[in-house]
Ligand binder design. Structure first.
Ligand code: SAH
Length: 348
């Protein structure tokens, strides 16, 4: 019986590990740097693209390694220019990522997990079970794919990245951080961490961990209510992680990083559209420097959740502005192709 070699995905190896490999086969350690550059900065999908590596060495690499990479399985374009990608992973699982163009920016909205385990009742992704975490390379590759689309279709560079696709980034923390390291490193895409935003339901102990790790990217919290009973009704994560704990973690975050936070907030009819809800939000915003993004609700065919009236929206805006809190209204993008916030659910 012939031995079958299980080949290792070389992109799971650090530069040091690749160096060790080359030394172990009697080759020069600097070869590793060349290969690493092909794998990350140049996004090579095949060893034969590595033209400054000898044919013999490439053959040796192919005997023990593979290069796993994502493939854009399907690309949909919205009337407003938004592009949604169904991205196929090496094990045929699918995640979605979105390119959002505006006059001043091109933003990549990327996924961190296949599915999600958090059950926010208003979110379509929550209806998929969490299947697995994405590896750093799978997160990185989504950015590379959107960067290419940005240059091809808009003739403009990718400017921003938001972790607002599928999954909860803080439940896949080490892989997300590894991916961000590669995205920001000159050995990778060389993007500024100031242009990256991690969006989370707000897991207090992980926010503290991020502060301890002295991260340089921006933090957004999906708040949706600053009243415990209401928040628990729409986001079950709040049952075990009440607002008091979130507030303490945010104080710690600000103390350590001196970075403000953005609260994402949807206003729903009959759920959080009263003045007391807005007042609670104003109070919560005083905990640390912050701003509010009011997000338009994208229906997921659930009668419980309906976008609040324009009156409720104005009431919130007036109250926040009166209290000197910066507030932006984020209208949905890519609704016609189910690419808007909370709509990513592998419908196809
Ligand atoms: N798990 C992370 C990132 C994914 S969700 C988080 O919760 O932040 C990205 C944003 O879309 C979050 O602010 C989320 O609350 C919001 N969202 C989810 N479903 C939505 C919907 N149907 N309409 C509008 N926004 C939604």
């Amino acid at each position: 019986m012939a031995d079958t070699v299980v080949k290792q995905d070389i992109r799971q190896l650090s530069l040091e590990k690749i160096q060790e490999y080359f030394v172990s086969i009697g080759d020069k350690a600097f070869r590793a740097k060349q290969v690493y550059e092909w794998l990350w900065r140049k996004s090579a999908k095949d060893f034969d693209q590595m033209t400054n590596i000898s044919l013999a060495t490439r053959e040796k690499l192919k005997e023990v390694f593979v290069i796993n990479h994502i493939a854009v399985d399907k690309m949909q374009r919205s009337n407003d220019g938004t592009i949604k990608n169904a991205v196929k992973l090496h094990d045929s699982m699918i995640v979605e990522s979105v390119l959002i163009p505006t006059d001043t920016r091109i933003t990549a909205c990327i996924s961190s997990q296949v599915g999600c385990s958090l059950d926010c009742y208003f979110c379509a992704t929550a209806r998929l079970k969490r299947m697995r975490n994405l590896n750093p390379d799978e997160i990185y590759d989504q950015v590379v794919a959107i960067k290419e689309q940005s240059e091809t279709f808009f003739d403009r560079p990718l400017t921003n990245i938001v972790f607002m696709g599928m999954g909860e980034p803080l439940l896949n923390y080490s892989n997300v951080l590894d991916a961000i390291d590669k995205i920001t490193s000159p050995k990778g895409l060389g993007m500024s961490p100031k242009r990256i935003t991690l969006s989370t339901v707000g897991i207090p102990k992980m926010i503290q961990k991020m502060a301890d790790d002295d991260v340089k990217f921006n933090l957004a919290i999906s708040l949706h209510s600053a009243i415990d009973s209401t928040r628990s009704e729409v986001m079950p994560i709040n049952l075990k992680n009440p607002l008091k704990d979130l507030a303490d973690a945010l104080k710690y975050w600000y103390q350590k990083t001196k970075k403000m936070v953005t609260y994402e907030y949807v206003i729903w009819k009959g759920i959080n559209d009263k003045e007391e809800d807005a007042r609670a939000l104003v109070k919560f915003c005083r905990i640390i420097p912050s701003k509010v993004n009011l997000i338009e609700y994208n229906s997921i065919d659930d009668e419980q959740f309906q976008q609040a009236s324009e009156n409720a929206l104005s009431m919130y805006i007036n109250l926040l502005e009166k209290n000197d809190i910066v507030v932006n209204v984020r209208r949905s993008r890519g609704k016609d192709i189910d690419a808007a916030c909370g709509q990513l659910a592998n419908k196809e």
